[in-house]
Ligand binder design. Structure first.
Ligand code: SF4
Ligand code: SF4
Length: 364
């Protein structure tokens, strides 16, 4: 099974049992504190998330798998390069995992193929595959089956590969021998906690999603608190900061699959390019990408926040300020622009030195 998994592009597999009872208290406490924000589906699935055999009756083992996702041509200095993007006012940064093809389909297809190979070998097999799926406690299953330990940022970390990998699971109705958990290796380090721009890691191993830039820019559908907007910087979609700060990510591995090669637009992360996209262009350029899931309204809202933060930067060249202001005013003049987006645009324009944004109005 390990060699089949490797041929399919997985870096490691493991097997977890279905008794996650000792994870239930932590899950309930997290929900009770409201740390899941608007992710109501987390609450809806309740304790079923910690009970694989209730979610898929008949499940007795869970095969866990991880797949590295750094774009195949990533350089050894990738962490430094990503930090450099964040002080470049001309960029609007998309999280590294989202720069290639939508991993949901890639992983599901390959997990399905792995299940078929097992079935060919042993006969009929009850199974169901998951990846990044709300009802599954996948990081917990990965930890228990030895794919890594939970870092203080809550993500799964491997000594061989840092945390830059996707997780997937196959729920099986056959009993496989469980693989052993690994020990944790965060030690006294707290780099991720210190690096988090919004202090969303409220305690080691606890993230308040309501403060997390990944949640705010991807999952959250409303008006972003004005106190959080400056902290979002130029994060357009997702946030990698806690992973960029993690010393174990110097061992992160490039993807074996070309699917995770970064598309041209996401290599550049050019704010002005993104700002020029119409809704039709957004849909065309994000086809097959996970970014499409947020839709054009959230895309515009996030761009408005990035623009506001760019307009405050002294390093932003005057010509770019003008283009940004002109486009923001054009969106304001467009009857299709939603009230939520308008609110963020008005905030963004207030961040600019006044004469530039007045020029934008006059040119209209
Ligand atoms: S993803 Fe970003 S905002 Fe969220 S916990 Fe990590 S560093 Fe903080
Ligand atoms: S940055 Fe340090 S504390 Fe955070 S996950 Fe990595 S090793 Fe653990």
């Amino acid at each position: 099974m390990r060699s089949w998994a490797r041929e399919l592009g997985f870096s490691q597999i493991g097997v977890a049992g279905v008794d996650l009872a000792d994870a239930e208290a932590g899950l309930l406490a997290w929900l009770e504190q409201g740390f899941h924000g608007q992710m109501d589906y987390m609450q809806r699935h309740g304790l079923m998330r910690a009970r694989p055999a209730e979610l898929v009756p008949g499940t007795v083992s869970v095969l866990t798998a991880r797949m590295d996702y750094l774009p195949p041509d990533t350089s050894a200095q990738w962490q430094a390069q990503e930090w450099a993007r964040q002080i470049d006012a001309q960029q609007a940064v998309v999280s590294v995992y989202a720069r290639g093809r939508d991993y949901h389909k890639v992983l599901r297809n390959r997990l399905q193929k792995l299940a078929m190979q097992i079935q060919e070998e042993i006969g009929p097999l009850g199974h169901r595959v998951f990846t990044d799926s709300a009802p599954v406690l996948e990081a917990e299953l990965a930890k228990r089956s030895g794919l890594g330990w939970r870092g203080k940022h809550t993500l799964v970390l491997s000594r061989d590969a840092g945390s830059m990998f996707f997780l997937g699971e196959i729920f099986l109705d056959i009993a496989l021998p469980e693989t052993a958990a690994t020990s944790a290796h965060c030690g006294q380090c707290s780099a991720c906690i210190q690096a988090c721009p919004t202090q969303a890691i409220v305690a080691p191993g606890q993230v308040d999603a309501r403060l997390c830039i990944s949640y705010l820019t991807i999952e959250y559908a409303g008006v972003i608190d004005t106190a959080l907007r400056p902290l979002i910087g130029n994060h357009l979609y997702g946030c990698d900061d806690c992973q960029l700060a993690c010393p174990w990510n110097k061992f992160a591995k490039p993807a074996k699959l070309v699917d995770f090669q970064a598309r041209a637009s996401w290599q550049k992360n050019d704010l002005l390019e993104f700002l020029g996209w119409s809704e039709a262009q957004f849909l065309r350029y994000t086809e097959g990408s996970p970014i499409r899931r947020i839709g054009f309204e959230r895309w515009q809202r996030n761009l408005a926040v990035v623009c506001g933060n760019a307009l405050r930067q002294e390093t932003l060249v005057y010509a770019h300020r003008e283009v940004i202001c002109r486009q923001l005013h054009a969106w304001l003049a467009d009857a299709q622009t939603s009230a939520v987006v308008r609110e963020h645009i008005e905030w963004a324009l207030q961040q600019a030195p006044e004469p530039v944004c007045q020029a934008g109005v006059e040119e209209e």
